[in-house]
Design a binder for this molecule. Structure first.
Ligand SMILES: *Cc1c(COP(=O)(O)O)cnc(C)c1O
Length: 300
């Protein structure tokens, strides 16, 4: 059987240098993990890798996971399972609606079986699992867990990352950031931009993952770039996304990477970095999420 790794080529992921005046002459490069695939772009593929391998190795033929109606993790799981000949189940937070979101439609096209669970029940993972066959392989929301972290860590093998002084990424569950922290070198600062408002448990969630592999490295999470909260996209964010695209030819998504790029720009203009610093930004993907916007909102 073909391996999970061979399903999408990770050898051609480009590094884009940002050259406009937006970043105050600080050297900023972007690892374009978003170019991996137009639907399953970015970090989700990496985070799923070791779960899928584990599931196959345990000879379980169905993988189940959880997410919201716009979850990149849900589509990526559906796609990865289809590729690997696994059945997939998505436990979706909220009531079923008459029309599926783009994300869920896509997941369903990849053969995922969708189950809608209201917000209260959604939190009770044990009782959800009880309703299903006990030979199913379960993956946490957003791929949170040690294997997710280890998969994300592999992203730093896509380039020569040693020269960078700072590595920056968007955080949802913090799984990707934990991976970057674990793979980073001692001279590198890893900084996460939380896309949730007041996610007070995030630092602790990241530390838990790091402790599971006995990693005691430090990291920083900035909590003031959420633009109002998860998936909120006020007009000033949209304006920023269009400006970034016009000046750098860099597409971003409304949930994660637009807020990350904005944070980097803001830090550059407030002299957070020194002149010799070299910043690597992880473009973790998520562009399919922009499909939920009215047409022509974005110039790309
Ligand atoms: C899910 C996602 C993230 C956040 O990853 P976590 O590991 O949950 O922190 C960041 N960027 C994009 C594009 C994502 O889809």
């Amino acid at each position: 059987m073909s391996t999970f790794q061979s399903q999408l080529s990770t050898t051609k992921i480009p590094v884009q240098k940002l050259t406009s005046n937006l970043f105050n002459d600080i050297e900023v490069d972007v690892l374009r993990v978003d170019t991996l695939h137009n639907i399953v772009s970015g970090n989700k593929w990496f985070k799923l890798k070791y779960y899928i391998e584990d599931c196959l190795q345990k000879q379980q033929n169905t993988l189940a996971t959880y997410g919201g109606a716009f979850s990149n993790h849900i589509v990526a799981t559906a796609f990865a399972c289809k590729k690997m000949g696994l059945k997939s189940i998505g436990i979706i937070r909220g009531e079923a609606t008459k029309f599926l979101s783009h994300t869920l439609q896509e997941a369903s096209n990849y053969g995922m079986e969708l189950h809608f669970v209201n917000r209260t029940l959604f939190k009770e993972k044990a009782s959800i699992k009880q309703r299903f066959d006990n030979n199913i392989y379960w993956v946490h929301d957003g791929g949170y867990g040690t294997k997710g972290m280890q998969g994300a860590a592999d992203m730093l093998q896509l380039l020569n990352a040693e020269k960078y002084t700072h590595i920056m990424a968007a955080c949802g569950t913090g799984t990707m950031l934990a991976g970057l922290v674990s793979a980073g070198k001692p001279h590198q600062k890893v900084i996460g931009i939380s896309v949730f408002k007041n996610n007070n448990s995030l630092d602790n969630d990241i530390n838990k993952l790091l402790h599971s592999i006995n990693c005691t490295k430090q990291f920083t999470v900035l909590h003031n770039y959420h633009f109002g909260g998860y998936a909120k996209h006020p007009q000033n964010l949209i304006t920023w996304m269009n400006e970034l695209y016009r000046k750098e030819k860099l597409p971003s998504d409304i949930v994660y990477t637009s807020k990350l790029f904005y944070a980097v720009k803001d830090l550059c203009s407030s002299n957070y970095f020194k002149v010799d610093d070299k910043v690597l930004i992880i473009h973790s993907g998520g562009l399919q999420g922009n499909l939920s916007l009215p047409q022509h909102t974005l110039c790309f």
